[in-house]
Design a protein around this ligand. Structure first.
Ligand SMILES: [Zn+2]
Length: 411
């Protein structure tokens, strides 16, 4: 299967200038097309590609951008348009392709065959040269901080919020030469996955307080806690932002506080991503059960919708909850990680309907309301007392066995 490896690169100030120049020109071309399409122009990939010549006549500076990168702009827009048409047909929210903002780096995609890698050095071509006329920028020589994978297919150059550049290599997992790491003495023993049980089933309930609670066919519970520090980080971030907003825009202190804000935000993001990666890896790689069952999140209404005439208290509650769901929880990226990691480690992932799994008693099937703050399920009918997440995981497990809801393999 295809995997992606993101490696930080080091470039000289002049090469960074070349990257910035090329991404700005690519974004300009992209945005110009988006605006044209929004004004009612019909999209046709072939015709759009042929129009590059005219665009170059209009803006001669496009010649200093590597041609394959410009061609990639049309493919990118085509993908966005096809996705738009598909959503339109499916009756979803259509979401017309959007203009890319100036403060964001427009990712540059290089096809592999035009790149040269020697050891830890990668050469990224720029426009011009030879028959194409003079070159404004020489080819970019970037130093990779890690060894790139063998036989990669495509490389995307991106920049993070703090101005570091990265190359993302797409490669085929099967084509890699397995190097055995030299055995070092005194090093911690490598943890291996347990002996797999092909018949084993584990059902997970995903939640806010506990990232994942699992129940296995052997009657065992797993508890996987999520990222805990978001409250602390949010407090810091809010404080820095409010300090910054009191300064004059673009003043020295304003810029300084912006830098601090970006640094703290990045740290929070990394910690959270790391936590999700570890949790999904644990489920996909280290657990013995072969079938992994989770509830369908699209049926879960975690986000509070804005009401008319809401009180300030309701507004505050909505803001806190939605920030948690959208920014801090990361459950949607967790699902994506879980899906590809299960595929990679040969597990089967099932997504089943999870309607009312928190509300239903797993013993007598009676339903009762369960507000989020209520952590323990106390059944008014049969007297069951159990942790709410464990009850939900049990329901998902039972539903999977009974095939109550329609369930489809995730991939
Ligand atoms: Zn009950």
């Amino acid at each position: 299967m295809f995997l992606c490896k993101k490696i930080k690169i080091e470039v000289s100030p002049r090469d960074a200038e070349a990257l910035e120049f090329m991404q700005a020109k690519c974004r300009g071309l992209y945005n110009w097309w988006v605006l044209k399409l929004r004004a009612g122009e019909r999209w046709n990939l072939e015709r759009a590609k042929k129009s590059l010549r005219e665009s170059k006549q209009y803006d001669p500076e496009l010649r200093f951008v590597y041609g394959k990168l410009l061609a990639e702009v049309y493919f990118r827009l085509d993908k966005a348009m096809q996705a738009f048409f598909r959503r339109l047909e499916a009756g979803e929210k259509p979401g017309f392709p959007r203009v890319k903002p100036r403060h964001q780096f427009f990712t540059l995609c290089y096809p592999a065959m035009y790149l040269k890698v020697q050891g830890k050095t990668i050469i990224l071509p720029t426009g011009g040269g030879g028959n194409w006329g003079p070159k404004r920028y020489p080819n970019i020589v970037a130093r990779l901080t890690e060894k790139p994978p063998a036989h990669f297919r495509e490389v995307a150059v991106s920049r993070d919020a703090r101005g570091n550049y990265y190359c993302s290599f797409v490669y085929d997992d099967a084509k890699q030469v397995k190097e055995k790491p030299p055995h070092k003495q005194g090093k911690r023993k490598r943890r291996t996955s347990r002996t797999p049980r092909p018949e084993g089933i584990v059902a997970f309930d995903l939640g806010i307080k506990m990232l994942a609670t699992g129940y296995t066919d052997q009657g065992r519970f797993y508890h996987i806690g999520g990222f805990k520090g978001y409250r602390w980080y949010n407090k810091q971030l809010d404080k820095i932002r409010s300090k910054r907003d009191k300064c004059k825009k673009k003043s020295r202190r304003y810029l300084y506080l912006s830098r601090v804000y970006k640094r703290v935000a990045e740290k929070k993001r990394h910690k959270q991503q790391d936590c999700l990666h570890k949790a999904s890896h644990l489920i996909a790689h280290r657990l013995a059960e072969r079938a992994v069952v989770i509830g369908d999140l699209s049926q879960r209404q975690m986000v509070i919708k804005k009401k008319e005439n809401e009180t300030s208290q309701e507004r505050r509650k909505r803001q806190i909850r939605n920030r948690l769901v959208y920014n801090d929880w990361g459950l949607y990226s967790f699902m994506q990680m879980l899906a590809y990691k299960c595929l990679r480690f040969g597990k089967e992932l099932f997504i089943i309907s999870e309607r009312d799994t928190t509300k239903t008693c797993h013993v007598c099937q009676r339903k009762q309301d369960m507000p989020l703050w209520q952590r323990t399920y106390r059944c008014g009918n049969c007297g069951l007392v159990i942790d709410r997440d464990e009850n939900s995981a049990l329901n998902i497990y039972q539903r999977f066995l009974a095939r109550l809801g329609p369930h489809t393999p995730a991939i």
